[in-house]
Ligand binder design. Sequence first.
Ligand code: AMP
Length: 308
Amino acid sequence: MKDLLIVGTVAFDAIETPFSKTDKILGGAATYIGLAASNFPIKSGIVSVVGNDFPQEYIDLLKNKNIDLKGLELVEDGKTFFWSGRYHNDMNSRDTLDTQLNVLADFEPKVPKKFRDVKVVMLGNLHPAVQLSVLEQVENTNLVVLDTMNFWIESTPDLLKEVISKVDVITINDEEARELTGEYSLVKAARKINEMGPDYIVIKKGEHGALLFYKDEMFFAPALPLEEVFDPTGAGDTFAGGFTGYLAYKNDYSFKAMKNAIIYGSNLASFSVEKFGTERMLSLDKNDINNRLDLFNSLTQFEINLTD
Ligand code: AMP
């Protein structure tokens, strides 16, 4: 049995921030998720699609991180998914300048045989029809996690709701949770999303951390306050990769494990934003991760004696 199946875009991104700008670089939801999850000793694989313009160098880079690419289809006469975005001065919000689906438009995912029996499925950001098709091809899963974004909430709401009804966990950012439910209060929004299907609801608030809702319980993980944020692209996906990588590694899907998973996700996301694109994730080691987990501990632990 494999540990983690990742579905999502493998892409070219062009990013503009108030400080700098890139040409087409490696991006995509599945790329960030895979790189984050590769920090755990698990067997993970990606289901996605690229065109003939996708360089071998990027394929090697993912393979070198032990990510299985049997499910990455190459369309010989197609172009890779392209996304471009520009960040505002606060670096917490951005405008999408361009989304070119290219090979993603007609993609029919095929989950490799060896990945059909898998503990955790991470349905990263991409067309809900592809997410549904993947769900139909897997069996015996312990946990299915969904991430999505405004693009799909607006363009394919019914299909997206169908996927939402079939998953255990959803990760979504605050504005998207409001858009999906029509509720301003995140507590009310979480309750409405819970009624749509998922038991666990993770609402990401960018530099303000992430909230986890489960039944009547709530948990909050801060984002680590950083001196410099260079490029927030992929932070949400890196978070999802840390979250699912940890859960698949522990094979524990309790509320307690979810809380730790959120901390792992936030920890890895805090690295991802320090450099452009995937650069920081490629140079990360165990020491960096553990030192920062210590910082998370000291940031959030306090003791109040109620008798004082
Ligand atoms: P995040 O910053 O976590 O929202 O993720 C950014 C990544 O999502 C980029 O690398 C993009 O390639 C990818 N992306 C952007 N728009 C979409 C979309 N509509 N569907 C799937 N992936 C997308």
